[in-house]
Design a protein around this ligand. Structure first.
Ligand SMILES: [Zn+2]
Ligand SMILES: [Zn+2]
Ligand SMILES: [Zn+2]
Length: 201
């Protein structure tokens, strides 16, 4: 059966010789039992695999085992960050400033206030949305950064310093740098663009 596969695709003279007159019968070539059955078997196999894959992932998603949200690589609010105002260390055991909750807390990357997450009493949500220019928050739970201005997770080299402080306190070891060549390119591009500025008259 499988030996016929390469030839069977070429054995459809009707559809290729008269494409205009038999426009409605493009699939007429599937009269051959070998071609149709092997093609159906192939597509059926792929569909089953994809379905199984999606079902497996859907299950993982429902169990929240899979991080399916791809963070934005940049956000306009990153320019609000002032790393020089960042404390030397971050205590991830700090309770929520508003309700004293000790789990699921976030730290504001602008004022370094600690507030609870949306599954507790949403105090970080309130802080991030009601305080002007305090949109960026870092999770003590999974070190993700959420921007309330963009309504999205953000990942950017500028956030590494903050994540590292949380990682140090939480795991007693520094966070591995994961941005690599991207940052080098950014630095090169920034240097090139700034040096290429011409002095106008
Ligand atoms: Zn709270
Ligand atoms: Zn704040
Ligand atoms: Zn943003």
């Amino acid at each position: 059966m499988s030996l016929n596969d390469p030839d069977s695709s070429k054995q459809t003279p009707q559809s290729t010789s008269s494409p205009s007159s038999t426009s409605g019968s493009v699939g007429a070539g599937s009269d051959e039992p070998c071609a149709s059955s092997s093609a159906a078997a192939t597509s059926q196999k792929r569909a089953t695999t994809l379905t199984e894959y999606l079902e497996a992932n859907l299950e993982a998603l429902q169990n929240e085992e899979m991080f399916a949200v791809i963070p934005l690589k940049n956000c306009p609010h990153l320019k609000l960050l002032r790393p020089e105002t960042c404390p030397a260390s971050i205590n991830t055991q700090t309770p929520c400033s508003d309700c004293g909750a000790e789990v699921e807390n976030w730290i504001c990357l602008l004022c370094f206030g600690v507030y609870c997450g949306r599954y507790v009493q949403e105090h970080m949500l309130r802080h991030g949305t009601e305080t002007v220019d305090h949109p960026l928050a870092l999770s003590f739970t999974d070190l993700s950064v959420w921007c309330y201005g963009c309504d999205a997770y953000i990942d950017h080299p500028a956030l590494h310093h903050y994540k590292n402080l949380v990682h140090l306190d939480k795991f007693q070891e520094p966070l591995v740098w994961s941005y690599g060549s991207d940052l080098v390119l950014d630095v090169v591009n920034a240097g090139a663009s700034s040096s290429s500025k011409q002095k106008g008259d």
